[in-house]
Ligand binder design. Structure first.
Ligand code: T46
Length: 136
């Protein structure tokens, strides 16, 4: 399994500015290194909420703070790092095998996610002890 530092990356999407406002674009393979098979988003999130709390066996995802801000804590079972997302043109690519927790939500924050596959509960590891065993 990859080390934590090799298991995520920040991606800067194009930002096309004009007097009407900004436009950002995400294309599969050009800006994210996978087929985008699913898009989902969480919103109306209470400030003290914590989401995530699981890892994926095969899924790649890119998280974007399309509105507001939040922290994403990434964990490979040994070390942790925290990434603050607050820009709609920055995506956090999380590769498979990494535990993630999302919290510290600002008011009105929206977590927008591009995923490499359709929803499949069998791809989740939702128990931290099982995740540690999986990472061994
Ligand atoms: C992740 C973080 C960032 C579906 O039916 N279809 C879907 O595509 C998704 C994502 C979820 N669901 C159902 C499964 C649960 O009954 O929606 C419910 C809430 O899902 P979950 O508790 O997994 O939500 P989060 O916000 O904790 O996690 C989600 C993703 O599931 C996960 O892959 O990495 O966002």
């Amino acid at each position: 399994m990859q080390e934590l530092k090799d298991s995520f990356e920040l991606i800067t999407f194009p930002k096309i500015k004009d007097t009407r406002g900004n436009l950002s674009v995400v294309e599969q393979y050009k800006h994210v290194p996978f087929d985008i098979k699913r898009v989902y988003y969480t919103y109306d999130i209470p400030a003290d909420s914590s989401r995530g709390g699981h890892a994926h066996k095969n899924l790649h995802q890119v998280l974007i703070a399309i509105s507001g801000s939040f922290d994403v804590t990434l964990d490979d079972g040994k070390t942790q790092t925290k990434v603050f997302l607050n820009k709609p043109n920055i995506g956090l690519h999380i590769k498979p095998g990494i535990w993630r927790e999302i919290n510290n939500f600002s008011a009105g924050s929206v977590v927008f996610v591009l995923a490499s596959d359709v929803y499949n509960e069998d791809d989740y590891i939702r128990n931290y002890d099982n995740f540690k065993k999986y990472r061994l």
